[in-house]
Design a protein around this ligand. Structure first.
Ligand code: ATP
Length: 238
């Protein structure tokens, strides 16, 4: 089966600063693919290029066989995105945001069910500006999933969530994947990567250091945990 995401020799600079130096990977249908890396490694830039929000300087990206730049409108309907620090207008209510996003799609999910799954039941009338950080994060996940995407790109899925909300979100993501959705997950949280990801790319200084299953990374580095494997691979302790 051909991959649903192909990234070949991606390169992106901001002025003189090279953010992504040479990144290549593929993601198969139905996989949960993790992107791990230290702060500033180039993860967000990579996924922003993947979803067509940034144009690569060089390299080739195909998502569901399409070019994210050229076919942006088409892919927007089929790829759900939750990016770091996404913001909505302060006064927009949760229910309004859900209805607005729902209106972009032909066959959206049921907003009530999704809000309930994310622990936001009964919050429909709350303005965005009155939500806690964790509630904003959960709303961002709901908005990424409302269009029943074929691919969901989730950057820092559970950052800011309490342990209960985090576990509920992991269960939800496992369910979403079980329905055939391919997921790209950027995370710093190793138990999350270990629990959810089928394969992981470790990115450092804009390059892919290694790609493999969590247990392959652990075996390869002869470390006891994925976190130790990650630290060993990225070669520094801070
Ligand atoms: P983090 O884990 O901290 O979110 P990241 O791996 O997602 O980091 P990026 O956000 O892709 O990393 O950033 C990669 C590099 O590009 C960093 O050195 C960052 O300072 C730089 N960078 C990112 N966005 C911009 C921008 N809009 N303008 C200039 N430089 C940028």
């Amino acid at each position: 089966m051909s991959p649903v995401i192909e990234v070949e020799n991606l390169h992106k600079s901001y002025g003189n600063a090279v953010a992504v130096d040479d990144v290549s990977f593929t993601v198969a249908q139905g996989e949960i693919f993790g992107i791990l890396g230290r702060n500033g490694a180039g993860k967000t830039t990579t996924v922003e290029c993947l979803v067509g929000l940034r144009s690569p300087d060089r390299g080739r990206i195909r998502v569901l066989g399409r070019d994210p730049q050229r076919d942006h409108a088409e892919l927007t309907r089929r790829v759900g995105v939750q990016l770091q620090d996404s913001q909505l207008p302060e006064r927009l209510r949760v229910g309004e945001a859900m209805r607005l996003y729902q209106s972009f799609y032909r066959n959206p999910a049921d907003p009530r069910t999704l809000l309930a799954q994310l622990g936001l039941a009964g919050r429909e009338k709350t303005p965005y500006g009155k939500l806690s950080g964790g509630q904003k994060q959960r709303l961002a996940i709901a908005l990424a999933l409302i269009g029943r995407p074929r691919i969901a790109v989730l950057d820092e899925l559970t950052s800011g969530l309490d342990p209960h909300a985090r576990r509920d979100t992991w269960d939800l993501i496992a369910e979403v994947r079980a329905s055939g959705v391919t997921i790209v997950l950027v995370t710093h949280f190793m138990p999350e990567a270990e629990r959810l990801c089928d394969r992981i790319a470790v990115i450092d200084a804009g390059r892919v250091l290694v790609t493999g299953t969590p247990s392959e990374l652990i075996e390869r580095t002869e470390q006891p945990t994925l976190e130790d494997a990650f630290v060993a691979l990225t070669g520094r302790t801070s």
